[in-house]
Design a protein around this ligand. Structure first.
Ligand SMILES: C[S@@+](CC[C@H](N)C(=O)[O-])C[C@H]1O[C@@H](n2cnc3c(N)ncnc32)[C@H](O)[C@@H]1O
Length: 168
């Protein structure tokens, strides 16, 4: 699902980029470590702030970034990155082509998120890693989310369901 105007205001701004860099990326780095010289895919890249983090902080050699809506990307593109318009449920990449896949808050917006998980597994190399930060059904059920934000009404996941799908 693409973002409504409230969601665009919330994610397409420098404060969101700072939170992503300082807190989310730090935690993911602590948990998963670097991807030195790796070929990395970011799903749902939005305005593209994650790409810089993956190159500078995680040491990715190249980042492919995909999003349903690339109109929010800044004009200036950075070396080491390529951007593709498309859906996480139908990744236009060969099997086993990435050392790591990153998801900064995207799969909870995908109605068939299980299909996206299967695609992520398909494009990861056998030794590849999936880094994610996600929003659970309980959080999506808070009044502020219901009032202002637009998410799939069905097929939401809690932590256990999400982790079980990753294991499968
Ligand atoms: C909440 S925003 C997060 C953006 C960015 N990752 C961040 O952390 O700031 C979710 C992003 O996922 C994208 N998106 C939603 N459904 C998608 C799908 N099925 N495939 C690819 N991207 C998708 C949206 O267009 C949006 O840019």
């Amino acid at each position: 699902m693409t973002l409504n105007w409230v969601e665009r205001l919330l994610v397409d701004n420098p404060v969101r980029s700072l939170v992503q860099r300082r807190f989310e990326a730090s935690l993911l780095f602590e948990l998963g470590g670097p991807v030195d010289g790796g070929r990395v895919l970011e799903i749902g890249c939005g305005r593209g702030a994650g790409v810089g983090i993956l190159i500078e902080r995680f040491g990715a050699a190249h980042v492919c970034a995909i999003d349903l809506d690339l109109r929010r990307l800044p004009r200036a593109r950075r070396p080491g990155a390529s951007f593709v318009a498309g859906a996480a449920e139908r990744l236009p990449f060969p099997n086993r082509s990435f050392d790591a896949v990153f998801d900064f808050g995207v799969l909870h917006r995908v109605p068939d998120w299980q299909a996206a998980v299967a695609e992520i597994a398909r494009v990861l190399k056998p030794s590849g890693r999936f880094y994610f930060e996600e929003v659970t059904a309980a959080a999506l059920d808070r009044w502020i989310y219901r009032a202002l934000l637009k998410h799939p009404a069905e097929n939401r996941f809690d932590e256990a369901r999400f982790l079980a799908e990753l294991s499968a």
